[in-house]
Design a protein around this ligand. Structure first.
Ligand SMILES: CC(C)(COP(=O)(O)OP(=O)(O)OC[C@H]1O[C@@H](n2cnc3c(N)ncnc32)[C@H](O)[C@@H]1OP(=O)(O)O)[C@@H](O)C(=O)NCCC(=O)NCCS
Length: 199
């Protein structure tokens, strides 16, 4: 294996969608859950890399993307950008589900129609991130390494703090975040918000 961490490049975009889908079921392959392979990446991956490529990084194996960390320096600003330039088109493509639809597919379509939001307890942590590595890249220090790359880069933009949210069923990721120095900001019914001060 020849792993390398480098800044996001536009040619990585389809790999971002793919990696997002292959890790979207509490860190495992979610392909069977979604009718359209682009759906989950349209919400959780692509907009970050498109609108803030300067804070996005990928892991490659012999040149092939096999993991990423993507995020935003300023969640409120990204929310506005996506309301204007991202979600309107996707809302035409993915129909709003009926309230009684509870499938994972319906849940992401619902999120696309709701748009991003920033919970009040997270406003002091303006940056946020998503990290996903394919199994081939997991468990060998690359998650910590790409997280450090992301954090060191955010500090250059003078960002005060960052947050992330993880589903409670993703116990591996929860242990990883706790182990590398994130603290719990708040526990919700199905997820946990973690935070880190950057200065
Ligand atoms: C979660 C994830 C990012 C972690 O990355 P990783 O490369 O596997 O983790 P690393 O090998 O860099 O581990 C870093 C440290 O965390 C520790 N760690 C990682 N997973 C752990 C676990 N499940 N339990 C306890 N410690 C853990 C490691 O032992 C290591 O400790 P050390 O640096 O002190 O030796 C990665 O496994 C992944 O992408 N999983 C699938 C997608 C996913 O769940 N993403 C998160 C969505 S919220």
């Amino acid at each position: 294996m020849r792993f390398k961490i480098r800044p996001f490049h536009l040619s990585d975009l389809s790999a971002l969608y793919r990696i997002c889908l292959l890790t979207a079921k509490s860190g495992k392959d979610a392909t069977s859950l979604y009718s359209d392979p682009d759906l989950v990446g349209s919400y959780y991956a692509a907009p970050y890399a498109i609108f803030e490529p300067e804070v996005c990084f990928v892991i490659t194996n012999s040149g092939n993307p096999c993991g990423y960390i993507i995020g935003t320096k300023d969640t409120e600003k990204l929310i506005k950008t996506c309301e204007k330039n991202w979600f309107p088109i996707l809302r035409e493509r993915y129909k709003k589900p009926d309230p009684e639809e509870k499938s994972a597919d319906a849940q992401i379509r619902r999120l696309i129609h709701e748009g991003y939001n920033l919970k009040s307890e997270l406003t002091d942590y303006p940056a946020h991130l998503h990290i996903d590595l394919l199994p081939i890249a997991q468990g060998q220090g690359l998650g910590r390494k790409i997280m450090n790359t992301f954090i060191d880069n955010l500090k250059k933009f003078n960002t005060p703090a960052l947050h992330l949210e993880v589903g409670k069923t993703n116990t591996n990721a929860i242990k990883f975040y706790q182990h590398i120095g994130f603290h719990i900001i708040k526990e919700y019914e199905n997820s946990i918000a973690f935070g880190m001060q950057l200065r």
